[in-house]
Design a protein around this ligand. Structure first.
Ligand code: M6R
Length: 623
């Protein structure tokens, strides 16, 4: 939800900022802007459109300087336009601000500031920050000025004072002609990371954008502010007290955040799934001793035994991972399990207690609603663990325990490898609880773990179908609607397949439990609407064959995801995409892979911007 990148050092800031913003473009991409300080003077270039448009603008009319902040926007308040693009300025054009988050009381602040004579030119919530800082800025004279600067300077003080009036979430960066040798930053709710080079510092909304330049970082925490100079970061708490924090070493490989020869991150990330799963299970499973171990789970054996209810909470694709998890937890651990949209869970006073385990699933670890759900669960004394892909993210830190997926940075807005690694962790957690609660034998646990060990190779085999899937996409990319059907664990996969298609190709798609089709959606079926059916071998196979017949009898077009060697489906279905045989329990993880590829190739043929679909953002840090 908006990306911030900044530079301060001895080199030209703009090339670094442009490069950084391109990496952050997945967070929002409807407008962009950069402001620099050159010889103490502020310069600004911004516009509606992509970073590439800003880059062109900067080529025609460059701005220089060795300090700068940039922003890529995902509109919340005010449509994408020049005026609404960040950075935003104060009345005198001497203070500029970039912001990620939402200022909830901006209308009230705007009214008060207008009454004091401030002039607003945008419809954004962010602009109030620039004026509020201006309002709180005063440069004392003489010795007081020296003292103010020792304390962090007036600009820092003004930001700290201004933020006392603000309700909402923010990560922000401020530069000013008043104090032209520093960047002031602040965080509450939205991530902000400072990276350290030699006589230069970088500022970013996420870690991958920094990897090309630095591997030592510091994450700003909530309610903290900071002053960045080329050599250092000073951090202050909300009372203005200086805080000491060690730099962290980031071990992510910068290569893995690049496209690596693939035309899109989404495609690269689909192909990375076998290795992402290998890494996510490495060191955590021991098939011979049928052991599963998670370092930071933070639950004693007794606490696990006492858990009598599990609630998964998440948004979007991560919520689908919870839906699959419900089957596994009930099957392996025999614990009643529910799955809740985080935004619903957090506000409906859920009835949970200390024997309830709330599992928050989130790739980014920053999703506002999931974070809110975690707070609510903790307030009700439930045990909270999270499954996150980003180490040290807000949700990971707020939870009692955390299990990290080791998917590496996921850049494509459409979640792929994050989803399958989440599933793998949920599967292992369900087995672990099954063992602790005595519901699963060591023999069965070993079998389930061995099945998982084979999964990455099977996904590699499933990926061999890529060309065949591309051909299927060629036939259906002009469709305007699609239906996805599945039964059992195939149902959440149908939902996920439909979500992937709609978000990247803009084709309207719905996922349904196959049996529900005849209670409504069957009315939609005609020769123009592809029906994608997850028809894998297993307990529900014959029932799903019945559903396929129902579609065919109404002139529908059927694309089946089938188990390798199932030749009978070829007679009824129009297209069959095969995946390798696997245990029934793990089949959903395999089945989603062709659906990801199908969505990708359909979107590609429709000329869609696959990695950055319209209106979306990778990390949804607003409610
Ligand atoms: O970072 P999170 O997993 O918490 O994000 C939740 C959803 O916004 C996310 O899964 C979204 O639905 C996917 N990007 C869709 O592919």
């Amino acid at each position: 939800m908006c990306g911030i990148f900044g530079y301060i050092g001895e080199k030209e800031a703009v090339p670094f900022i442009l490069e950084g913003l391109k990496k952050l473009e997945y967070r929002g991409y409807d407008s962009a802007g950069i402001s620099t300080l050159d010889q103490g003077k502020l310069f600004l270039s911004k516009r509606a459109g992509k970073i590439a448009d800003l880059e062109k603008q900067l080529k025609k009319k460059p701005i220089g300087g060795d300090i700068g902040i940039g922003h890529t926007r995902w509109a919340t308040h005010g449509r994408p336009s020049h005026a609404n693009s960040h950075p935003h300025e104060d009345c005198q054009g001497k203070i500029v601000v970039v912001h990620n988050g939402i200022i909830e009381n901006f209308l009230e602040l705007r009214r008060e500031l207008s009454e004091k004579g401030h002039k607003f030119i945008s419809a954004t919530d962010t602009e109030v920050l620039a004026h509020l800082i201006e309002e709180n800025f005063s440069l004392p004279a003489g010795p007081l000025r020296r003292e103010a600067s020792r304390q962090g300077g007036d600009l820092h003080k003004a930001v700290t004072k201004a933020l006392k009036f603000v309700r909402g979430s923010y990560a922000l960066a401020v530069i000013s002609e008043h104090e032209p040798k520093k960047i002031i930053i602040a965080r509450n709710g939205s991530p902000l990371i400072v990276g350290f080079g030699a006589k230069e510092c970088f500022l970013s909304s996420d870690i991958p954008a920094l990897l090309k330049y630095v591997n030592m970082i510091i994450k700003l925490e909530n309610d903290e502010t900071g002053i960045i100079t080329p050599n250092k970061l000073k951090i202050f708490n909300s009372e203005g007290k200086l805080i000491k924090r060690k730099r962290e070493l980031i071990s992510w490989d910068p290569e893995s955040a690049e496209k690596d020869g693939y035309s899109h991150f989404m495609l690269k990330e689909i192909h990375e799934q076998p290795n992402a799963i290998r890494k996510s299970i490495e060191g955590r499973i021991f098939a011979e001793s049928h052991k599963i171990h998670f370092d930071e789970l933070n639950l004693s054996d007794e606490e696990m035994r006492n858990i009598n209810r599990v609630v998964f909470t998440a948004c979007g694709t991560s919520w689908h991972a919870g839906l699959v998890g419900e089957y596994w937890f009930e099957q392996f651990a025999k614990i009643p399990t529910e799955v809740e949209y985080a935004a619903e869970f957090r506000y409906r006073h859920p009835i949970i207690d200390e024997n309830t385990l709330v599992i928050a699933i989130t790739q980014s670890g920053e999703t506002a609603d999931t974070l809110g759900a975690v707070w609510e669960a903790k307030a009700q004394n439930a045990k909270v663990i999270s499954i996150c892909n980003v180490v040290g993210s807000s949700i990971a830190r707020e939870s009692h325990g955390v299990v990290y997926t080791d998917a590496g940075p996921e850049i494509g807005v459409a979640s792929t490898k994050a989803f399958t690694t989440q599933l793998v962790i949920v599967y292992l957690l369900a087995i672990l609880f099954g063992k602790r609660k005595g519901k699963i034998s060591d023999h069965d646990a070993t079998k389930l773990i061995n099945d998982l060990i084979e999964l990455p190779t099977k996904i590699e085999q499933a990926l061999y179908q890529e060309k065949a899937i591309e051909k299927v996409a060629e036939k259906f990319y002009k469709a305007t609607n699609a239906l996805y059907l599945g039964r059992g664990k195939g149902f959440p996969i149908a939902l996920e397949g439909a979500l992937k298609l709609k978000e990247v190709s803009y084709i309207h798609a719905e996922g349904y439990p196959a049996a529900e089709m005849k209670h409504g959606p069957i009315a939609l079926i005609d020769k123009n609407m592809p029906v994608v059916v997850i028809a894998l071998a297993g307990r529900r196979y014959e029932k799903i064959l019945g559903n396929i017949e129902e579609v065919k009898a109404r002139g529908g077009v059927v694309i089946c995801i089938a188990t390798e060697g199932d030749f009978s489906l070829a007679e009824s279905a129009d297209e069959v995409i095969s995946i390798p045989k696997s245990s029934e329990a793990l089949s959903p993880i395999l089945a989603v892979v062709p659906l990801q590829l199908l969505a990708y190739y359909i979107a590609l043929k429709r000329g869609c911007h696959v990695d950055q679909p319209r209106n979306l953002a990778k990390s949804v840090t607003v409610e």
